[in-house]
Structures are given as C-alpha cells and as structure tokens.
Design a protein around this ligand. Sequence first.
Ligand code: 13P
Length: 253
Amino acid sequence: MTRSIRPLVAGNWKMNGLQSVLAEFDLMGAGNDVCIRRSVDLMICPPATLISALAHAAIGQGIAIGAQDCHSKDNGAHTGDISAQMLADAGASAVIVGHSERRADHGETDASVRLKAEAAYRNGLMAIICVGETRAERVAGKTLAVVRRQLKGSVPDGMTARDIVIAYEPVWAIGTGLTPTAKDVEEVHALIRADLKKIVGKDEAQKVRILYGGSVKPSNARELMSVANVDGALVGGASLKAEDFLGIAAAFH
Ligand code: 13P
C-alpha cells in the first residue's frame, strides 16, 4: 500500500534491560537494512539507565532513542524523577507519556500527561502520547468515549505532526496476546484522526502518526499495519528481541 505518512515502529522496553542488552541492540542496528530504512522509522525506548549508552550505540544505525516517561518540570526538588531536559541531554529524541501502566501504577491523569507532553515539547522531544480503554470500558461500550476524553485532555494545543505521535493501546491487549479486530482498530484510529483535527488543526492532523500498540508481533504486524490510519506500532515484549522487532518493521516493505 502507498502511505502518505512515514510510519514509525517504536519499541517500549518498559522495566527491562541491563547493560548486557547492548549486544541485542547492535543486532537491531545490523539488521536495519536498506529496505527497512527506506520504508519506516525505528525507535527504541529503553529504561532511563540505558538511554545514554544506547544513544551512543545508535549512531549511524538509523534507530532513534526515546524515553518512557518524564516529569512535567525541567528541574527541582523531585526525588527520583527525571525531566525531559535530562532525557534530551542523555541523547533521547522522544518520550512516551501517559502509558496505561503509568496511568494505572502512578495515578497519572489526562491533565498530568498533558503537562508532560508540554515539557517534552519545551525540550525538543517528540511526545508519544498513549490512550486506550480498559477491558471493562470496552465491555461497557465506552471505548470511543474514553479515547476521546483521553485525547482531549492529554494532547496540548498547537502541536505539529513533528511534536507528537499518538499511540492507541487498548489496555486489555497489552501483554496478553489479545488484539482487537482490524475493524475495531480502524474505528478507533479514524476517531483519533477526526478528533485531532479539532486539537491541532486539519492540516497537522492529517500528518500526525497514530500508532497501534498491544501484543504486536511479527505474525500479526502485517494485518494490523495495513489498517487505515495505522501509521506504525508501539511494541512492548516483541521489541526486546532484534529478530522480532525487525520482523515487525518488515511489515512495512
Ligand atoms: P506488548 O507489545 O508487550 O503487548 O506491550 C505493548 C505496550 O504496552 C507498548 O507500550
């Protein structure tokens, strides 16, 4: 299929990865051949402890390095937190904000996610803003309403397609091996595209990348990535192995 938007496949390593994982990252770089480079952007979001090392290892590999969260302030008395300014300084070019695991584990709200996205923007980082419904919300028929509310509350005004990426990650599909049907993904992504027009304007909304995330694997990537308005993937478990991550990237050529 011809795409008007250059896709992005981003790996979210979550709380996984020690220094020894550098060898696996090198395999990703080595396997990022000319076919993949021509058709898709790749990114790995390691834990903060590895950003600096991976940013160094990524030079010339065609793989961007992102982070998994940031504080909304640039510095100050916030023990244990890491600011977007620090992530940029360590070599990250993007940061995931509002992942459902942070919303659930740390009580993050749409308002706090929005402040984090603004901090990312202030510091020149692309914000990958996550939205997605829980199993209970889907069963109750609230999927579209939940995603709309999260989008409206979490995405700052005035962003461009270079500043933000939206990741639709149904919470019940994360790490479970379950995925929504192509029709369900299409419905939510179309809604996100339509609502983005109101937030960032019609022209930018056409260019913003909308990723699907939740149990993406090499075996289902081609089908999920061929759905209208799916401009890439946010990959958890399968991004830890070079073979799987590159297998997903290969869905684009
Ligand atoms: P899995 O690919 O392991 O389901 O995780 C998805 C995710 O949460 C990426 O942010």
